[in-house]
Design a protein around this ligand. Structure first.
Ligand SMILES: [Cu+2]
Length: 446
């Protein structure tokens, strides 16, 4: 109880401080100062004269894919591949993403960049069989990532639920270039939460550009959109035989700088430009142990673009050529996804367990793991009317105790904490964890 009070006081202080800061930020004086800054060096914010309405559908689907030659793994995907589709629109566009969860676990889409809570992809968690529509106006131009933010988030990201979002500038377009997208991720076929993983891939399939080099043209500007999905290791991104111009954090308001290797943190991105003057084969890779575990790649510099005309597509950046469709086709042809479908998603399993007379329930260690059948122990209890039942979280991640009809909801019970509820009505109360909806329990009140 005392811990709770301190917690609420701390939250109160934080909210108070946030409101104060927010009020300051909203101050018209400060806004005027920002808006009147006419320096040519300030990247123009949000002045799309012709905003478009853009819609996507992303479906959470489990799939068996090939992740390296001969290695088949079960992964969690958006639309069947790892990474998910690259979304692309322009600063100021009104973007709608319909999300459908066709898997047995809760998932979400968390977008990096600016938006409100309902579109942040944390609250609510999207349950098996459910749909949710995200909507936001693209506020910043650059490269942002999206990924699942169900819990434990590292597991959902490691399992394959991530992708890139290119937001092109409304004015001041980028120089014409040939464009590629790379997601740098970690994967272990045996344990999604392994600290050091067996593979460190570029775009979901180990070493895919060794046999299928990316192709650029000598003297022509090349642009890489690079997302550091990561997990444990950071991604020092390195190209051979030239230096790179880098927009740090993939945000086009930043000043670019020049680099031989650019460190991309987990959850961060970079936009990188480079040119090769001499035809030939060159390497690019994550600099470190990752290069021996799936992230080595070849750039083939061609004399001219004649062999690329069939595979390049027009880019949103005027005069640029996008190779991203070619990349997505390559990913599909290598991964060969076999989608896994499930019956009766979201239908509660009938709990057929012996009822135990107790007012204490443990949320057991590792109960976040869907393979644990009994997450709430005992999973069926019987109490008399008016009894206060206490749930203790003995796991190491947060859980909830939520009535399937929402008459009670614990909110997040952090690891080691407990929560109690007094039953004032008789009946059968089925409950579950909103973060891990496969966790189910029941209380019979007599
Ligand atoms: Cu997920």
């Amino acid at each position: 109880m005392k811990q709770n009070s301190i917690f609420y006081i701390a939250i109160g202080v934080i909210i108070g401080f946030s409101v104060a800061v927010f009020t300051l930020m909203e101050s018209p004086d400060i806004q005027t100062t920002e808006a009147s800054s006419s320096s040519e060096d300030v990247y123009p914010k949000f002045r799309n004269q012709d905003p478009q309405t853009v819609s996507y559908t992303l479906i959470a689907q489990d799939a068996e894919i090939e992740v390296a030659p001969g290695v088949i793994s079960t992964v969690w995907t958006y639309n069947g591949t790892v990474p998910g589709p690259t979304l692309r629109f322009t600063e100021g566009d009104d973007v709608t993403v319909k999300f459908v969860n066709e898997t047995p676990y809760a998932h979400t889409i968390h977008f990096h960049g600016t938006h409100d809570s309902a579109n942040d992809g944390v609250f609510p968690q999207i349950m098996p069989g459910e749909e949710y529509t995200y909507n936001f106006v693209a506020k910043e131009s650059g490269l942002f990532m999206y990924h699942c933010h169900a819990f434990p988030t590292s597991e959902h990201v490691r399992m394959g639920m991530f992708g890139g979002m290119i937001i092109d500038p409304a004015i001041r377009p980028m120089e014409p270039a040939r464009e590629y997208f790379f997601a740098l991720s970690e994967f272990d076929p045996n344990n999604a939460l392994e600290y050091f993983t067996e593979y460190y891939m570029i775009n979901g399939y180990a070493n895919q550009y060794m046999d299928n080099p990316i192709q650029v043209v000598k003297g022509e500007l090349t642009r890489f959109y690079v997302a550091g999905i990561g997990g444990v290791l950071q991604s020092p991104f390195h190209v051979h035989s030239t230096i790179m111009k880098v927009w740090p954090s993939g945000i086009l308001w930043n000043e670019p700088y020049f680099a031989q290797t650019h460190l991309i943190g987990n959850g961060d991105t970079a936009i990188i430009e480079a040119t090769w003057d001499e035809p030939g084969k060159y390497l690019f890779h994550v600099h470190g142990i990752q290069e021996e575990r799936g992230s080595m790649a070849i750039i083939e510099v061609l004399e001219d673009d004649s062999s690329l005309l069939d595979v390049q597509t027009p880019s949103n950046n005027k005069g640029s050529h996008s190779m991203i469709e070619w990349q997505e086709d390559l990913i599909k042809s290598l991964e060969q996804p076999q989608l896994i479908s499930y019956d009766n998603l979201g239908v509660s399993a009938v709990i057929d367990a012996v009822k135990v007379s107790t007012d204490q329930v443990s949320i057991v260690k590792d109960s976040w793991n869907p393979d644990i059948v009994e997450s709430y122990v005992p999973l069926a209890i019987q109490v008399n009317l008016g009894t206060t039942v206490a749930w203790t979280n003995d796991d190491f991640v947060a859980h909830t105790v939520t009535d399937t009809e929402y008459s009670f909801d614990s909110g997040f019970i952090q690891a080691g904490n407990d929560w109690s509820y007094t039953f004032e009505k008789s009946g059968e109360w089925d409950y579950f964890c909103t973060l891990h909806p496969w966790m189910k329990g029941t209380v019979s009140v007599i």
